[in-house]
Design a protein around this ligand. Structure first.
Ligand code: BGC
Length: 749
């Protein structure tokens, strides 16, 4: 290959919708309209383009094509956060299989999923795409998706590597953190996926880590990812990410996406002036060629453009129901046989939010609303209320015109219309003629912007609070119950109102079958078994990262920092939490902080109710070859079938390193157990899984001593405790890399 051809291969073909020097190369433009990008073909050598498509809730392509009567809809699966809430990797693997099959059948070679950044703060705009505040949950769920996707011969692309935990100023913000926090929290999930599911590619993140763009960090991409973890695949940038193409190649970031002519030229120039070794270029070229060779397109796979959307809709419905979390239930759920007539309040009862916005959004053929789902399940929905909501929604939608000029604005979350509150007398009248009330609260967020600590976002709006209060007051006065359904993509405040209704179901953003899945749970066709993969704090500021998060930042789409590499401010001009964010909470993210502090929470990590109850018995532990095997019998002690998630938390013996009160080390979900039925679940924990990262020794260190293993049904509900004895301390050496440039002031847990 000539140098020009090599440089072409290292830079994608540009992006549809952007004009001028970043337009798509004609030849690949029509491959799969709406896919995120293509690699550059080299026809002289028979090297085709391969196609890369988003994203975490299913494939994102244009649903229709000019001059073509066929449709190309994809299945909107539930969002990543909901999938994580299933705590069921086998089920999530089947979701991955279905997503990967749609990619394969629509001619996409790499599906840009899963997104497994840590939910460091409740308000990150993209938390809906991400899995958890805990790296083990994130890593296990992402591995399941990758195994499923790649079983189709399509590549997966775990993203965004790494420490991409806010959207504010996302292309130029510096995540400043210790090597320990990076390794234990922010890299750990990626390490799990590399070791357990061999992804064909990885996508680097936009942000800098301790002053270096992720995509330009050789310490991250070569020393840690490849040398320490053994990653053998190809690394690509996030779209337009990073600044210096030659530095990216040197670091081990092989492919620049979507690709700019200027990047091609700078690679050629850097080789010619000796600042970039041709050997480094060749290594990246080989990695891209290996990916091309393995791709369905190179192998000539004759894709059908007809995936089995009905079968996939069934998987979406089933997985969505399994990831819903029952937060409160004072005898309201499942609906009794007497419930026939339901009145549904709340915009999202009629305009259900299937997923978040941005590249994680899917172009699905339909979304089942709650109204439709309950109607399908045989309930009568109050027609007057439905008509009045539908009229309101239509007229408000008329007023919210999408911004057609600015593509970034068009991709931003829609401004949510305010919640109408029917008059008190009207609600009272509805209470006499209905058996039960539903109140739905909705939230949407996505790429480019974080959520805010304000009414209507983290906090309920005054109208939402008024709606919940009024409906509860009037229905309770009439002896009727009220169920709140949360159709949200991230954590909101719950402590101040959760005792008002008779039940609260966290439905998340449940994909295109959402309304059917909610109805399955309300009716009791599915017994909820989802558990929270993050903590719901009482107050926003209780979360350890909140003081170091842009929770009140006022962005605008014209904020120049939306574009790459333009952070030219001097040190004194840098704005805290915007240009840089200090991870002062260090490893104490989520429950690691709150449990260590013993702080009250609204709902703890790992929490979720069921329509039945479970007993744990005969907890036991054995050890062979440095691996603990922990077993416990779980018995369904209630009256209906159900599944339980058993969580294993470890508490370390006293150590010179600070340690959280407890950390999740493994989990297992039972099968559906009939009343009275038991199952033995087994969780294994290696001694090396108990290690913490000791910066002074540049090593993962497992201290000797007695660890307490807690078998729990949530981080705050311990059902059995076992002693796990590590006789001899051990360590695994690493390289001393990725340290903050200046010391950070860390919070004291
Ligand atoms: C997002 C990625 C996505 C890419 C391609 C970026 O804006 O951060 O997650 O895969 O676009 O659409």
């Amino acid at each position: 290959m000539t140098l020009d051809e090599k440089a072409k291969l290292l830079t994608g073909t540009g992006m549809e919708g952007f004009s001028g020097d970043i337009a798509v190369v004609g030849e690949t433009n029509g491959l799969v309209p709406g896919a995120a990008g293509t690699t550059c073909p080299i026809p002289r050598l028979g090297i085709p383009s391969i196609v890369l498509g988003d994203g975490p809730a299913g494939l994102r392509i244009h649903p229709t094509r000019d001059g073509d009567t066929a449709t190309y809809y994809c299945t909107a699966f539930p969002v990543g956060t909901l999938l994580a809430s299933t705590w069921n990797p086998e089920l999530v693997e089947r979701v991955g299989e279905a997503m990967g099959n749609e990619a394969l059948e629509y001619g996409v070679d790499v599906l840009l999923t899963p997104a497994l950044n840590i939910q460091r703060n409740p308000l990150c705009g993209r938390n809906y795409e991400y899995y958890s505040e805990d790296p083990v949950v994130s890593g296990k769920m992402a591995s399941a998706i990758i195994r499923g996707v790649q079983a189709n011969g399509v590549g997966a692309s775990p993203k965004h590597f790494a420490a991409n935990n806010q959207e504010t100023n996302r292309m130029a913000s510096d995540s400043r953190l210790t090597q320990r926090a990076l390794r234990e929290i922010y890299l750990r999930g990626f390490e799990i996926v590399v070791r357990e599911s061999q992804p064909l590619t990885i996508m680097t993140s936009y942000n800098l880590i301790d002053g270096v763009y992720s995509s330009e960090s050789r310490d991250l991409l070569t020393t840690v990812l490849r040398d320490e973890w053994g990653f053998g695949g190809m690394v690509m940038t996030d779209w337009f990410g990073g600044k210096d193409a030659a530095a990216q190649i040197r670091a081990g970031n092989d492919l620049m996406m979507p690709g700019l002519p200027a990047q091609h030229d700078s690679i050629v120039a850097a080789v010619n002036n000796g600042s970039l070794a041709i050997e480094d270029v060749d290594v990246s070229v080989k990695r891209i060629l290996n990916l091309v060779l393995a791709s369905p397109r190179f192998k000539g796979y004759a894709f059908s453009n007809k995936p089995d959307l009905e079968a996939h809709a069934r998987i979406a419905r089933q997985s969505a129901a399994e990831g819903m979390v029952l937060l409160e239930n004072r005898g309201a759920l499942p609906f009794s046989a007497a419930v026939k007539n339901i009145v549904a309040f709340g915009i999202t009862s009629y305009d259900f939010i299937a997923g978040g916005t941005g590249s994680g959004d899917v172009n699905e053929a339909y979304t089942v609303s709650l109204k439709e789902g309950l109607t399908n399940a045989g309930y009568n929905l109050d027609a007057d209320m439905a008509a009045s909501y539908e009229k309101y929604i239509a007229s408000e939608n008329e007023k919210i015109k999408p911004d057609t000029i600015n593509p970034l604005a068009a991709a931003m979350p829609k401004v949510r219309m305010s919640e109408p509150v029917p008059a008190r007398a009207e609600i009272a009248r509805l209470a006499t003629r209905s058996d039960i009330a539903l109140v739905t609260i909705g939230r949407s967020s996505g790429e480019f912007a974080d959520r805010r600590l304000k009414e209507g976002d983290f906090l309920l709006s005054a109208a939402e609070r008024n709606l919940i209060e009024s409906v509860c007051r009037e229905f309770h006065a009439a002896g009727k119950q009220v169920v709140v359904v949360l159709n949200i993509g991230g954590v909101i405040e719950t402590a101040s109102w959760k005792d008002l209704p008779d039940a609260v179901l966290l439905a998340w953003q449940a994909g295109q079958e959402g309304g059917n899945s909610v109805a399955d749970v309300l009716k009791g066709a599915v017994n909820p078994s989802g558990k929270l993969p993050m903590t719901f704090p009482v107050d926003y500021m209780d979360a350890s990262s909140s003081a170091n998060f842009p929770y009140d930042y006022q962005a605008s789409v014209s904020t120049p920092a939306l574009l790459p590499g333009n952070n030219t401010k001097t040190k004194t001009e840098l704005v805290r939490n915007v240009d840089y964010t200090d991870y002062e909470e260090d490893i104490y993210v989520g429950y690691r902080w709150l449990d260590t502090r013993g702080k009250a929470v609204s709902y703890p990590f790992g929490y979720g109710l069921s329509y039945t109850s479970f007993e744990y018995s005969a907890a036991r532990l054995s050890k062979t070859g440095g691996v603990f095997t922990v077993s416990v019998n779980v018995t369904n002690s209630g009256a209906v079938g159900g599944k339980e998630v058993v969580q294993l938390y470890a508490s370390a013996p006293p150590s010179t390193l600070g340690k959280p009160a407890q950390e999740l080390k493994g989990f297992a979900k039972t099968q559906e157990l009939k009343p009275g039925e038991s199952q033995t679940v087994t969780i294994t924990v290696a001694e090396s899984d108990l290690a913490s990262f000791d910066e002074a020794r540049s090593a993962w260190v497992t201290d000797a001593g007695t660890y307490k293993f807690r078998l729990s049904s949530s981080s705050r509900n311990v059902r059995a405790t076992l002693d796990a004895v590590v006789e001899r301390a051990s360590e695994i050496k690493t390289h001393n890399v990725l340290n903050p440039r200046e010391p950070l002031t860390l919070l004291n847990p």
